[in-house]
Design a protein around this ligand. Sequence first.
Ligand code: GLC
Length: 799
Amino acid sequence: MILNTELEYKGNLFPSKIVFYKKHVNVLYFKSENGAVLQLTIERDSVLRFRYSTTGMFDKDFSYAITMYASKGYNHLEISEDNEKYIITTSKLICHISKLDMRKTIFDAKDNSLICEDELGFHWEESYEIGGDIVKMSLKSQQGENYYGLGDKPVENNLKGKRFQNWVTDSYAYGRGTDPIYKAIPFYTAIHHDKSYGVFFDNTFRSYFDFCNERRNITSFWAQGGEMNYYFIYGPEMTEVVSNYTDLTGRPQHIPPMWALGFHQCKWSYYPESNVKEITSKFRELKIPCDAIYLDIDYMEGFRCFTWSEEYFPDPKRMVKELADDGFKTIVIIDPGIKIDNEYSVFKEGLEKDYFCKRADGPYMKGKVWPGECYFPDFTNPEVREWWSELFKELIEDIGVAGVWNDMNEPAVMDVPGKSFPDDVRHDYDGNQCSHRKAHNVYGMQMARATYHGLKKFSYPKRPFVITRAAYSGTQRYTSTWTGDNVATWDHLSIANQQAQRMCMSGFSFAGSDIGGFAEQPNGELFARWIQLGVFHPFCRVHSSGDHGDQEPWVFGKTVTDIVRKFIEIRYQLLPYLYTTFWRYADEGIPILKSLVLFDQEDSNTHYRNDEFIFGEKILVCPIIEANSKGRRMYIPRGKWYNFWDNSIIIGGEELWVDADIDSMPIFVKEGAIIPKYPIQQYVGEKVIEQLELDVYYKEGKESSEVYEDAGDGYDYKKGRYSLRNFNQVGKANSLTIQQFKSGKFITAYNSFKINIHGLPFKIDKLEVDNEAIDISKINGVVTFEVTKEFRELYITGK
Ligand code: GLC
């Protein structure tokens, strides 16, 4: 027997003392006596990248997550050393690296307070079976430290005390706590002592995060291969952490077309054509606004992607045109599995060009999905992505489909252990050939990326719209997403709320749930409550499996239909507000929904809140998540808030009971806010907007608001054809001034604003717009008047 005891070390290995140090511009190298290397890159004053090698060699530096547009550069960098440590100082951070064991400690440069400190720090375990190392990092959890983020985990906002895995997984009817599910977003934010930082572990292998679960004061993360490669992102504001994370991993490459922010209706499946038309006509008949209708897998011929069932959809081009004439955008599903069928052109071409994934020893990766046995394109190959993008020509350019829905892209495989490819499947990984262990988590992302490029090309000059189920960090650049196959239960309504907030906090704001639940059927009350929440999610779509009955807004009786209409109408009125928020998200990475901890991190009451959130910048929402409710208790964040329904004012900083019968829900507007509103439309573009309504909520003090508009589609906005209005409101005991500053070259169709001032505490003596007096009316305490959209200053004084 041959024994080679060097083949496998059992247990953890650690870097020993540092024996070598080198600096190359913004990259520092530290080498230990036992050959471990820490490569520390100063990306920005507040962003440090830690990359470790156990062999002295690094892999090629390649990442699907990091965008080429990530900001680089810093204001200050100073490196010094003493007997024990190296000291790296930027204008935001001070980082100590211990000479004894490479452990690091990070401080805020402003006040020297401790932000993050290694416990064991970097360590690893050699793995003979899989080759390479299991790479690990452990950090001390500071007193009162809490954790958030990590994508779509179906649990409460605060992750402390829990352990998670990142491995994208098809999870039909998942439940609270199911882990992992569809997305792998290895990014979290932490907060302690009012200061927030983030960690982005850019490693696509199966990875784990443990937030004080295994050991009370320790947070750790590790992966089953690859490098320990993570970014430390400092705030101290949590919003800055998320914004900096999206600076690294990217923001949507463009604002969605405005219609994509409207209401979407979906079901598995609407067919044949007459059924689709029945549904869309009913929306118009009942005057329930709707912009998009979805075709699930049954529109295809035997579930072959890029085909149409001749029986059900004999003339798709005509149908899509007729739907478009009625204001409906058609969105179709496209899955990754390509049916093995020698008569099928996509299959034949994929085979000829050698674009399908193969097993380690050569055979194709064969797996069962909806069409039966399939092969799967290797989307990690740039040539395959290019081919795939070209496949959309007919669907988009010719037939006129407006959006594509990528599903099953984990990739999901039926009737096999692990519900996906086996580990040995080979991938190109953009020229860095690897096994599925490394490519699994990015497969769906690369599919969505290829789809996005196809749509971008063929929708031009319109903006593309894509939705994906699977995602890795960075997928937000290309597509929107939904939270997969949830269930029609009250608990799932609350899960949907947390997932949407969590996705926003994880840099991926364009997200929503299957409203009403995918599996099973909600009753009318649950459906109504879910719609109430869903209209405040960035992506708003009803979807269901259809095998438990219908789920259109009108199937639960008139009361529910009226409630659904009322709330969808609110969404359509708030479109300019949501669009502005979207622009801020695409431009600066500011999350569209703000969990209370993100909105007011200094108020520690917010650290464990789950249900309440801020929609955009100024609207506080809290869904009703229990049956038979007439209202609920909720936490009102600090500050003064107007009740959206009756203008009554409440002072936040405490938990309060709020009435909300079935036709209502708790909605509050922050004092000082100016909320833009459009008239109700049945779909975006139905009406020429002839006047913009501005709801002004008086505040004693200062507050600014903005309204962003552009053509609602196309790319002219990138050339300056947008309209950005900044409104500064200054309220005093007996006066109110609003100043407007406008930038951008877009000329809005409307010429005037209708201004409604809520909560004015004094009787008006004089109202002047650019020094000219104007008429007002007063209805239910709200002062209303019209002014030109060009006004610069509005001045109201009291008696
Ligand atoms: C998956 C999707 C679901 C879709 C169904 C059929 O379960 O998550 O949304 O309706 O497949 O395509």
